[in-house]
Design a protein around this ligand. Structure first.
Ligand code: ACO
Length: 452
C-alpha cells in the first residue's frame, strides 16, 4: 500500500495519500497531520505505542537490536570512556565538549551547587519527615526557579537567552536538593558541597559526610554511581520525557517542565520500578519464596516481575547488560555478598528460559540491577527513583530545549475517542434515585434544594 514517498489509505471508496517521513536511521513514519482534515478520521493508539509524537535528534534506540545511542554515540562507548558530566554536555548540546567547553560547564555546575539560603527553610519544617523525596524533588525543582526570576519568564526568547545558565544550574541543584532531602528526612545536619570533588563524589559527600567526620568515597563506588547516572542520561520519548515535552509545548519554562518530569518518573511502571525491584527481591528473600514459584505467580498475572519488560526493548536493555556486571564489581569492592544479587540472577535465569517471558520478549530492564548497586553504595530505597531523576536531568533539559527552540512548535493536544454519554438532560434533585448515597444526599440536598 505504499511507495517510497507516500502511503495510501483507503476508506470506503476513497483513497488518500499521505507523506512518509524517513528517520536518519531509516525508520519510516506516515505523516497523518492532515488525516482528520482530509478524511474526518483520527487515529487511536493506546499508550501511543505506535505513534512518533515528535522529531528528535537526541537519542536513538533500536529496541529489537538492543541499541541505545546518545547523539549517535553508543551507550557502551560512553559507559566505558565518558563521565556523567561530559555525557550530560553531549546530550544537552549535541557534541562532545572541547577541553575549554568542558571546563566552563563543570565550573558552572560547581558554582551552582549550593542552594539559596531561602530554600533551606523548606528543609526546616517545610516538609514532614515522612515526605517522599520524589515529592520534595518535584516541588523544589519548580521552586528553585523562583530564585532566578530572569530565567523563568515564560517568554520563550527570554527563557532561551538564559538557557545555558539554567541548564548547568539544574544539573547541579537537582543533586543538592536530592542529598538535602535525604539529610532532612533522617534528621541530619545539611552538608554543603566541596570545590575539589567531582559530580558523583560531591553527591556522596553531601549524603554521607558528617560535620565531625568526612566521608571519602571509594573510587570504584563513585565511578559506579557516575555510571548509573550516565546510563540514565536520556531515553527518548519515555513517559517522563514526553511529559516534559508536553509541558514545554505550552510555553512553560524549563524549571516547571522538569518538575513535571519528576512527577511522571515517580510511578512504579516507570522510574519507580527500581525501588520496586529491591522490594520484590527482599520479599522473595524474607518470605523464603522459591524463585520458580515467584516466576509462576508473575505468569498467572498475580503481579509483574519488576525490572522486566520494556515498551521498546524486545531484547536485553543494553543498560541492564552494563549494570549487571557493574553490580558484581561493586559488591566485590565493598566485600559484601548480597543475597538479593543471587536471587536477581536466579530470577533472570528462570524468566529467560520460560516461554511466557520468551514469547513476550520480556528481558531485564535498566531498573533490574541498578537498585542492587545503589543499595550496595548505601543509598536508601526511597532515594532510588531520585537517583534516576538526577541522571535523567540532562535528557529532560535537552528535550525542553528541542521543543522551546522550534520556530513553528505546536502545543501538544491529542484527540480522544469519547466513550461517555451522548447529550442528555439535567435531572432535578427530587427526581434522582438516592437510595445508595444517603450521606451525600443529606449534605448535598441543602444546597441543591435552595436552588430549586
Ligand atoms: N512481568 C510479567 N508480565 C509482564 C511484564 C512483567 N514485568 N511486563 C509485561 N508483561 C506482560 C503483560 O502482562 C502482557 O501480557 P499479555 O500479552 O498476556 O497481556 C505483555 O507482557 C505486554 O505487556 P504490556 O503491559 O502491554 O507492555 P507495555 O509495553 O505496555 O509495558 C512496562 C511496559 C510498563 C515496562 C511493563 O513491561 C512493566 O510493567 N514492567 C514492570 C515494571 C518495570 O520494570 N518498569 C520499568 C520500565 S523501564 C523504565 O521506565 C526506566
Amino acid at each position: 500500500m505504499q511507495d517510497s514517498q507516500t502511503a495510501k489509505l483507503t476508506v470506503g471508496s476513497n483513497t488518500y495519500e499521505f507523506p512518509i517521513e524517513t528517520a536518519t536511521t531509516g525508520e519510516k513514519a506516515i505523516d497523518i497531520g492532515k488525516l482528520r482534515a482530509r478524511t474526518g478520521l483520527v487515529t487511536l493508539d493506546d499508550g501511543l505505542a505506535n505513534t512518533a509524537a515528535c522529531k528528535s535528534a537526541i537519542t536513538y534506540i533500536d529496541g529489537e537490536k538492543g541499541i541505545l545511542q546518545y547523539r549517535g554515540i553508543p551507550i557502551e562507548t560512553l559507559a566505558e570512556q565518558s563521565t556523567f558530566t561530559e555525557t550530560a554536555y553531549l546530550i544537552i548540546y549535541g557534541e562532545l565538549p572541547t577541553r575549554r567547553q568542558m571546563s566552563d560547564f563543570a565550573q558552572k555546575v560547581l558554582k551552582n551547587a549550593s542552594l539559596h539560603e531561602g530554600m533551606m527553610h523548606f528543609f526546616d519544617g517545610g516538609f514532614p519527615f515522612t515526605a517522599h523525596p520524589m515529592a520534595i524533588l518535584s516541588s523544589l525543582l519548580n521552586s528553585v526557579g523562583c530564585y532566578y526570576p530572569y530565567m523563568v519568564t515564560n517568554h520563550r526568547e527570554q527563557d532561551l537567552e538564559h538557557f545555558n545558565d539554567a541548564a548547568a544550574l539544574l544539573i547541579s541543584k537537582v543533586r543538592t536538593i536530592a542529598a538535602m532531602a535525604y539529610r532532612m528526612k533522617n534528621g541530619l545536619p545539611m552538608i554543603y558541597p566541596k570545590r575539589n570533588l567531582g559530580y558523583s563524589q560531591n553527591f556522596l559527600h553531601m549524603m554521607f559526610s558528617e560535620p565531625y567526620h568526612e566521608y571519602y568515597p571509594n573510587d570504584e563506588i563513585s565511578k559506579a554511581l557516575d555510571l548509573i547516572l550516565l546510563l540514565h542520561g536520556d531515553h527518548e520519548q519515555n513517559c517522563s520525557t514526553s511529559t516534559v515535552r508536553t509541558v514545554a509545548s505550552s510555553g512553560a519554562n524549563l524549571f516547571s517542565s522538569v518538575s513535571a518530569g519528576v512527577s511522571a518518573l515517580w510511578g512504579p511502571l516507570h522510574g519507580g520500578a527500581n525501588q520496586q525491584v529491591i522490594q520484590m527481591l527482599q520479599h522473595i528473600h524474607d518470605a523464603g519464596i522459591k524463585v520458580e514459584d515467584y516466576v509462576e505467580g508473575a505468569k498467572k498475572g498475580q503481579y509483574r516481575l519488576m525490572g522486566f519488560g520494556h515498551r521498546l526493548y524486545k531484547t536485553y536493555d543494553p543498560r541492564a547488560v552494563i549494570l549487571r556486571s557493574a553490580a558484581g564489581r561493586v559488591l566485590d569492592v565493598i566485600k559484601t555478598r548480597d543475597p538479593l544479587l543471587d536471587i536477581a540472577r536466579h530470577l533472570e535465569e528462570k524468566a529467560r528460559s520460560d516461554s511466557y517471558f520468551i514469547e513476550r520478549n520480556l528481558y531485564p530492564n535498566v531498573d533490574f540491577y541498578s537498585g542492587l548497586i545503589l543499595k550496595a553504595i548505601g543509598i536508601p530505597i526511597d532515594m532510588f527513583t531520585v537517583m534516576f531523576a538526577i541522571g535523567r536531568m540532562p535528557g529532560w533539559i535537552a528535550h525542553w530545549y528541542e521543543v522551546a527552540s522550534q520556530v513553528k512548535g505546536r502545543i501538544t493536544r491529542p484527540r480522544q475517542i469519547y466513550t461517555g454519554y451522548t447529550t442528555r438532560g439535567y435531572v432535578k434533585m427530587r427526581n434522582r434515585d438516592w437510595e445508595n448515597s444517603s450521606d451525600y444526599e443529606l449534605e448535598d440536598n441543602k444546597g441543591a434544594q435552595s436552588k430549586e
